[in-house]
Design a protein around this ligand. Structure first.
Ligand SMILES: Cc1cc2nc3c(=O)[nH]c(=O)nc-3n(C[C@H](O)[C@H](O)[C@H](O)COP(=O)(O)OP(=O)(O)OC[C@H]3O[C@@H](n4cnc5c(N)ncnc54)[C@H](O)[C@@H]3O)c2cc1C
Length: 279
């Protein structure tokens, strides 16, 4: 397990807020904004949800006090969406209020397709009441075309990703080529109609297309990538004058996040096995 944690640290800042703050400082030193996520998901009891809310309030205060350029990104199922959407909304409000008071944006991650309707419901209410609440949309989901156009109409900040959850063909595109095609179509829409969106991908072809679109559209946007992935590309984009954000997760419940990262890039499994063998 110790070796596994060592390998996971490529993507996870550590188990404590202190370690996350160090990673956020390191990102800022490279000209990159930090986006902190406290790991944990699928809570069906109020205890862990309410502890998670306290942790996020602590993060926002630490970022502000330490003068770090950064925001937080929350997962709906860690804030109680599986208990009830009204409950999740009530739990998220204090975090939005704290983020807003600190001058930041609250980002909401998107999880499995079954949670999307309630997540949109919570986001809509938060955005109407507070503004400055961003939402992740997944290009693999068939419904995203409609969701994107509704969110653009409202002017909400959007983070576009390919989608990290295994879904069935009735709700999702499942082939790589189809997902990429959808992503690129949404990217065009965002550059045409959006502002303050995040191009969240490590895919060189997607980054290149965004750079091309940025030449024709003066809309403000940023690139977003995960901690531990494509650091030279991040540096390159910063050097070209683009805004870059790094998503930095931390906390003791790192295993599901770690598993998703291994799954999306088989080469990671080979690298991990090699590093485990060589100690
Ligand atoms: C900031 C951020 C936030 C996210 N939030 C969510 C969320 O809320 N919900 C959700 O479902 N998903 C989220 N994701 C994950 C996302 O859905 C994808 O699973 C993940 O980003 C992998 O897709 P990709 O676009 O990077 O491309 P992939 O298809 O994984 O990779 C495409 C290509 O990128 C290149 N590449 C990728 N990794 C590397 C590497 N380490 N070194 C060199 N080249 C590499 C390779 O050329 C690869 O073939 C988030 C991702 C980011 C970056």
């Amino acid at each position: 397990m110790g070796l596994l944690i060592r390998f996971a640290r490529q993507w996870v800042a550590g188990e404590t807020l202190d370690e996350a703050v160090l990673a956020a400082r390191a990102a800022n030193a490279r000209g990159i904004r930090a986006l902190l996520n406290y790991l944990g998901e699928h809570y069906r009891e109020r205890g862990p949800v309410e502890a998670t809310v306290r942790e996020y309030l602590g993060i926002v205060a630490r970022l502000r006090d330490a003068g770090i350029h950064g925001d937080v990104s929350v997962k709906p199922t860690q804030l109680g969406i599986l208990i009830g959407r009204e409950y999740a909304l009530a739990q998220t409000i204090p975090i939005v209020e704290a983020a807003r008071a600190a001058g930041g944006v609250l980002w909401v991650d998107m999880e499995a397709a079954s949670t999307v309707p309630d997540t949109l419901w919570v986001h809509e209410r938060l955005f109407e009441a507070y503004g400055r609440v961003g939402l992740c949309l997944q290009a693999n989901l068939r419904r995203t075309r409609d969701d994107l156009s509704r969110l653009l109409d409202r002017g909400a900040p959007i983070r576009l990703v390919k989608g990290a959850y295994r879904e069935t063909p009735d709700v999702a595109f499942t082939g790589r080529a189809e997902i990429d095609r959808e992503y690129l179509a949404h990217l065009e829409t965002l550059f045409r109609e959006g502002r303050d969106f995040e191009v969240a991908s490590h895919d060189g072809r997607i980054v290149a297309r965004a750079l091309e679109l940025a030449k024709d559209h003066a809309t403000p946007f940023e690139f977003a990538m995960l901690k531990g992935v494509r650091d030279p590309l991040k540096a390159d984009l910063v050097a070209q004058g683009h805004r870059v954000t790094e998503y930095i997760p931390y906390g003791p419940s790192w295993l599901p996040y770690f598993t998703r990262r291994l799954r999306e890039r088989p080469r990671n499994v080979v690298t991990m096995l090699r590093s485990l063998v060589s100690g």
